[in-house]
Ligand binder design. Structure first.
Ligand SMILES: Nc1nc2c(c(=O)[nH]1)N[C@H]1C(S)=C(S)[C@@H](COP(=O)(O)O)O[C@H]1N2
Ligand SMILES: [Mo]
Length: 257
């Protein structure tokens, strides 16, 4: 089968111009262009980055956290804080690059998850194939760069388990995603293999509602909200950097710890 991913992604400079007004509007709403605030970092890591620890000093030393610095700070074994079930927001708070009324539900019966790139098996996956995989639950904080957050309860197969099942090259640099709403996204392999990174199929123990990514979405504990693509249709393992929807519009790719 031909890969649904484009052979090469060239960021189109016109995209930035076309979206100038949109980006300015987001900035007015408090969207933090290009990175993560210290407050958001504190919430993701559970450690007070305003203190005088080494990490606090390192973070304050860099006014804008570039990808290299963020990748170097990432600790593959450090778990993000988890929360009690009583704190879970129901329903979760919606966000996308368009309003909730414009969500086009995905038909779970005909839906297939395509697999591409450096993997042994490119067989597409159905919903029941995915449901047969081991499931894990995490209760974590979701932080959107717009400046809001909530505690969410997500279950699904750990992305690591899925990558192992498809015989992925775990030494590859990136795991990239395509979605039903044309919202490409990609993460580094260390984050993909992190124990709290899931291909989520449930929220609060129920099948994901349509607006939140049914039938399959990514849930990372260490990345900002926009790095968690919903309505995933294809996963690629590879060494070709594919910027995501917001990264093509100037946002920092790493955007997490
Ligand atoms: N496919 C897709 N995934 C997406 C988005 C989107 O527009 N399309 N928005 C992102 C942003 S900015 C956020 S904050 C979260 C919101 O997820 P939620 O609606 O489950 O809270 O989804 C992310 N994943
Ligand atoms: Mo977001």
């Amino acid at each position: 089968m031909r890969s649904p991913f484009r052979p090469k992604v060239l960021p189109d400079p016109r995209i930035l111009d076309d979206h100038g007004p949109e980006i300015r509007a987001l900035e007015r709403r408090g969207f933090l262009r290009g990175g993560l605030s210290l407050g958001a970092l504190t919430m993701l890591t559970g450690c007070d980055v305003g203190d005088s620890t080494a990490i606090g000093k390192a973070l304050r030393a860099v006014s804008s956290f570039n990808d290299g610095v963020q990748a170097a700070l990432f600790d593959p074994d450090k778990l993000a804080p988890e929360y009690p079930e009583s704190m879970v927001l129901k329903p979760p708070r919606f966000n996308a690059y368009y309003p909730i009324e414009e969500v086009k539900p995905v038909d779970g019966e005909t839906w297939r998850l395509e697999v591409a790139g450096l993997v042994e098996s490119k067989r597409p996956w159905t919903r029941s194939d995915i449901a047969a995989l081991p499931e894990k639950e995490i209760i974590i904080r979701h932080i959107c760069v717009e400046g809001w957050d909530y505690i969410g309860q997500w279950s699904g197969v750990p992305l690591r388990t899925f990558l192992e099942r498809i015989g992925a090259d775990l030494k590859a640099k990136y795991v990239s995603f395509l979605t039903a709403d044309d919202y490409p996204s990609s993460i580094d392999m260390a984050t993909a293999l992190h124990p709290q990174t899931l291909l989520a199929t449930k929220y609060a123990r129920e099948t994901l509602p349509d607006p939140f990514g049914y039938p399959l979405r990514l849930r990372t504990s260490t990345k900002l909200g926009f790095k968690n693509p919903k309505w995933i249709t294809a996963i690629e393992v590879g060494n070709v950097y594919r910027p995501g929807y917001w990264e093509s519009r100037g946002f920092n790719w790493h955007s997490g710890l």
